[in-house]
Structure formats: structure tokens, C-alpha cells
Design a binder for this molecule. Structure first.
Ligand code: G3H
Ligand code: 13P
Ligand code: ZN
Length: 349
């Protein structure tokens, strides 16, 4: 299948009542791990690259690796998404390169650190939506600010510092016309999300439910959705790592989100943990080895295992064959003729 729009994947997920994992990549092995997991579980999938990933791998390498993935797995609906675009220019360059969806994270100023005003967020996101939709590319916006900081991106602090206000979410969706909306309900990026096992009251699921009721057609996105499994932490620490005790987002909370309009679930940290644990194990158990394949193969397999597990847990498993690709040109027509426009239920409370 050619690379498809994230909007198509999320529309199908909404029809089927499941979520789609969006997994971050920086290199070929991570793309391979995700595609093998998608094949194993027969799942549609979103592969996403951050600004950091684009700088690390270089755009052309990333794009051609994604084309190879689409070519090698024609049965898998696959979208290539820009994660946390910080400006119009970053989104524009991703679209010019061939990304099939972008996130304009206008919740932060272009420095990727300072919370932006509502007006600034609306203005830059709307500019990206206009540019992207004309070209058939879907757009994710963010309202509210996640906690934590990853590779210089993020406001820092707790995930509960700037949770999303439902009124603002509705106004934002109306003013911008985004296809999907990342909301802040208490999660943060990275491994250090919670200092004790979060019970059901830690994440603001009531907010999520309220937002979904009022924006039933806007796909919700949960960032910072790694579960930071104890067994993956233990492997790292057993082989010389020094992770402090930490908890992530319980999978059951994500599943509750999926029942209430979450269609895209962002996971990066869990895969980082799986890769690092597998590599540490080889280094400690077989210090004589020096062929990178000796540790990259188990690292790739460890990531595949986590991704496949999440695909089953999010419900996307088994859905790869449900639909055929809509071309990006036809998506552009859909935006132009209004078929793909997402409008909140007017006055819904
Ligand atoms: O949202 C953050 C993702 O985990 C990507 O992280 O900016 O370090 O590539 P990164
Ligand atoms: P995690 O750090 O929880 O994996 O979140 C990743 C993410 O939100 C990418 O945008
Ligand atoms: Zn994120």
C-alpha cells in the first residue's frame, strides 16, 4: 500500500472502535521492528518522526526507509507522521518531503519549551491546517501542555500543570479545523511519569470523556502513553543500568481512553527501554562480541515484541485488511469539497 493519510487510519479506527499506536523511529531497525510487528498482528500503523529524529537520521534517509516499508508490506496501511512540529516551517518541510500527516504542536512556542498563548496556538495551527489540507495531508493539534521534557522538547514539570480545558478544546477545534487533537490529561513524555503506581484518579479521564462528548468527530490523541513496564526497567538495571523507580500509564487507562474517543496513542519510551535492555544484556553477557548485528538483532526483536503487544492491547490488531488506501490527492479533494471537514456538534455540552 502507498503511504496513507493518518486521517484515514483514524477514521477507520473510529468506525471499528479501536486505537492506533503511533510509534517513534530514528533508524532502520526501529522501522523494521514496527513493520514486523504490524505484519505479525495484521495491524494498520502510524510511524512518526520527531524533529530530533529528522536531525539524527536526515530527512532523505527517513523518507526512503518509509517508502521501503510501504513497498515491502503492501498489505499494511501505513502513515508517516511528523511528531511535535514546532512551527509552520517544520510542518511545511515535512509535507514537502512526503510525510502524510503532521502534528503542529502550537501548545508551546517555537522554542519547544515555553507554553504559548491560546491565540498563538490557534494562529499557527490554522495556518498549517490550511496549507496541509490543500495538499491532502492531515493535521494533529495540541491544546493543553504535556509534562516532562524529552531531548529538549517539552515544558517540563508535572503532566497536571496545564491540563486541557474542554471549552478551549472545542473552541480550538472549531477555529482550526484540525483532524485530531492531542489533549493533556496528566501524562508526560519520557520514563519518569509517576512516582508511584497511578490509580484510576491520577489521569484526568473525566476531562477526556467531556472533550469527546463535545467533539465526537475530532479524533483524540494521547501523548506520553508509554507504560514503562517494570520488567523492561529491571532488564536495564540488571545489566548495569541506573534507572530510578518509576511508573508509566497503565494500559487499562489507555484502553479506557480508546473507549472514549482516543484514536492515536503515542509510544516511544517503552521501545527505547526494550532496545536499551537488549543491548545491555549482550554487552554484559558477551563482552567479547563486537559485531553490531549481535546486539542490534536482539534489540530489534525486543522492540517488535513491545509493539506487537501494544497493537493487540490498543485493538488495531486484525484490522490491516479492512480497507484500501485513499490517495493523498483524493484526500485533498475531500477537504476541498467539505466531506472531510470535522465540525464539533454545535452547542453540545
Ligand atoms: O515526544 C517525544 C518523543 O518521544 C520523541 O522524542 O524528541 O527525543 O525524538 P525526541
Ligand atoms: P512516551 O515518552 O510516553 O513514549 O510518549 C511518546 C510521545 O508522546 C511521542 O509524541
Ligand atoms: Zn508527544
Amino acid at each position: 500500500m502507498p503511504l496513507v493519510s493518518t486521517r484515514q487510519l483514524l477514521d477507520e479506527a473510529a468506525k471499528g472502535g479501536y486505537g492506533v499506536g503511533a510509534f517513534n523511529v530514528n533508524d532502520m531497525e526501529q522501522i523494521q521492528a514496527i513493520m514486523e510487528a504490524a505484519k505479525e498482528t495484521n495491524s494498520p500503523v502510524i510511524i512518526q518522526a520527531s524533529r530530533g529524529a529528522r536531525a539524527f537520521a536526515q530527512d532523505n534517509y527517513l523518507y526512503h526507509l518509509m517508502l521501503a516499508a510501504a513497498e515491502l508490506y503492501p498489505q499494511i496501511p501505513l502513515a508517516m507522521h511528523l511528531d511535535h512540529g514546532n512551527s509552520f516551517e517544520t510542518c511545511e518541510s515535512a509535507i514537502k518531503l512526503g510525510f502524510t500527516s503532521v502534528m503542529m504542536d502550537g501548545s508551546l512556542k517555537p522554542d519547544g519549551k515555553t507554553p504559548a498563548t491560546f491565540e498563538e496556538n490557534v494562529a499557527v495551527t490554522k495556518k498549517v491546517v490550511d496549507y496541509a489540507h490543500e495538499r491532502g495531508i492531515s493535521v494533529e493539534g495540541e491544546i493543553g501542555v504535556l509534562g516532562g521534557i524529552e531531548d529538549g522538547h517539552g515544558a517540563g514539570g508535572s503532566g497536571l500543570d496545564h491540563v486541557t480545558d474542554p471549552d478551549q478544546a472545542v473552541e480550538f477545534a472549531e477555529l482550526t479545523g484540525v483532524d485530531s487533537l492531542a489533549i493533556a490529561i496528566g501524562t508526560s513524555h519520557g520514563a519518569y511519569k509517576f512516582t508511584k503506581k497511578p490509580d484510576g484518579s491520577v489521569l484526568k479521564m473525566d476531562l477526556l470523556i467531556a472533550i469527546h462528548k463535545r467533539l465526537p468527530k475530532t479524533h483524540l490523541v494521547m501523548h506520553g502513553s508509554s507504560s514503562v513496564p517494570k520488567d523492561l526497567q529491571d532488564i536495564i538495571n540488571q545489566y548495569g543500568g541506573k534507572l530510578k523507580e518509576t511508573w508509566g500509564v497503565p494500559v487499562e487507562e489507555i484502553q479506557l481512553g480508546i473507549k472514549n474517543g482516543v484514536r492515536k496513542v503515542n509510544v516511544d519510551t517503552d521501545n527505547r527501554l526494550a532496545i536499551t535492555g537488549a543491548i545491555r544484556k549482550v554487552f554484559i553477557e558477551s563482552p567479547e562480541k563486537f559485531d553490531p548485528r549481535d546486539y542490534m538483532k536482539p534489540a530489534r526483536a525486543a522492540m517488535q515484541k513491545v509493539v506487537a503487544q501494544r497493537m493487540v492491547q490498543f485493538g488495531q490488531a486484525g484490522h490491516a485488511g479492512d480497507y484500501t488506501a485513499i490517495s493523498i490527492a483524493d484526500m485533498a479533494k475531500g477537504y476541498a469539497n467539505g466531506t472531510l471537514v470535522t465540525k464539533p456538534l454545535v452547542g453540545a455540552k
